[in-house]
Design a protein around this ligand. Structure first.
Ligand SMILES: Cc1cc2nc3c(=O)[nH]c(=O)nc-3n(C[C@H](O)[C@H](O)[C@H](O)COP(=O)(O)OP(=O)(O)OC[C@H]3O[C@@H](n4cnc5c(N)ncnc54)[C@H](O)[C@@H]3O)c2cc1C
Length: 284
């Protein structure tokens, strides 16, 4: 998980500031876990998230992907007593299984023995567990469909746009944490408003799409379940991670433009033609 960064503190030791909530921008994995850390220390926390509540709405189509959860993430969850709840929904992956173009399999263990592994978990599933746990703390309030739309660094407040009513409100906090991910509005504000702050973003030519590998008819896994499957194909790659229900979540990483790209797959027939050479999967 990425670390959130502390954006601004409103005179933290003054009595007026200490009655204000701590504001977190983004209720992804970092924002929701950070809210629990802070609430356990007795702080009031307000979390503003631009998307709808993922417990009540479907994920953005094709973008939910699976996560490989390992030591660092587990350590953070352990501190909040959440490891057991999360691991109940995870599948251990003891190694990677590389599928060659010819259909050969090469197994590469992740650890020195069977006790060392990483865990496959649905990103949305993990986010839902964190949000549910966070809501058990009376000091935490989530605001969904609430986009941080402007950041006023020197003045020490942010503006939140309610994306359902289009109303804008000013939010003052004791301090602000930016947990708004890769395309951070807060980082953009820092770059514009803070002399000397430097931010470098490099965009990959590749995009990604989620694919579902359904279970076999009886609900059994169609491939080895305790592995991260990889089909490396030079300029692109397919991976598949196991799910609790016997399915696999695949992610295709492919250039956005060019002869071998998402742009070159405009129809279902083109997708079928393209996927045949990748998907030669021998039975386990
Ligand atoms: C294809 C892919 C595969 C990955 N696989 C793994 C993996 O296997 N294991 C792993 O550990 N990591 C993986 N990562 C990295 C992992 O996704 C990130 O480290 C993690 O999501 C960071 O969490 P976050 O909460 O900081 O950011 P995000 O998950 O991006 O959450 C940011 C949140 O802020 C919200 N937000 C954004 N802007 C605003 C705004 N203006 N106002 C209000 N809310 C806003 C967003 O809606 C979102 O909910 C992967 C990433 C990608 C792209």
């Amino acid at each position: 998980m990425l670390n959130p960064f502390l954006l601004y503190m409103n005179a933290p030791h003054s009595p007026a500031a200490s009655s204000l909530p701590i504001v977190i921008i983004g209720a992804g994995l970092t924002g929701s876990l950070l809210a629990i850390f802070l609430a356990r220390r007795g702080y009031l926390v307000e979390v503003y998230e631009k998307r709808p509540d993922p417990r009540r709405h479907q994920a953005e189509e094709g973008r939910s992907i699976n996560l490989a959860l390992s030591h660092r993430g587990l350590k953070a969850l352990q501190k909040m007593g959440l490891v057991e709840a999360v691991l109940q929904k995870a599948i251990p992956m003891r190694g990677r299984l590389v599928h060659s173009q010819e259909g050969d399999l090469t197994y590469m263990p992740y650890g020195k023995d069977q006790t060392e592994f990483i865990n496959s978990i649905s990103r949305i599933g993990l986010n839902q567990i964190l949000l549910e746990q966070a809501e058990n703390y009376p000091g935490i309030r989530f605001h969904f469909e609430a986009r941080c739309h402007q950041v006023f660094l020197r003045e020490g407040y942010i503006e939140i746009l309610d994306t359902s009513t289009q109303e804008i409100k000013k939010v003052v906090g004791r301090c602000f944490f930016a947990a708004d991910g890769a395309g951070s509005v807060v980082r953009q504000a820092l770059a514009q408003q803070w002399p000397g702050y430097q931010s470098i973003s490099e965009f990959l030519p590749h995009g990604y799409k989620e694919l579902t590998f359904p279970p076999e008819a009886a609900g059994a896994f169609a491939m080895e379940p305790n592995a991260l499957h990889i089909w490396p194909r030079g300029s692109f790659m397919l991976i598949a991670l196991p799910n609790y229900d016997g399915s696999f979540t695949g992610t295709l990483f492919l250039a956005k433009e060019g002869p071998v790209s998402f742009d070159a797959l405009p129809t279902p027939e083109a997708v079928t033609r393209f996927s045949k050479p990748i998907s030669r999967m021998p039975s386990p």
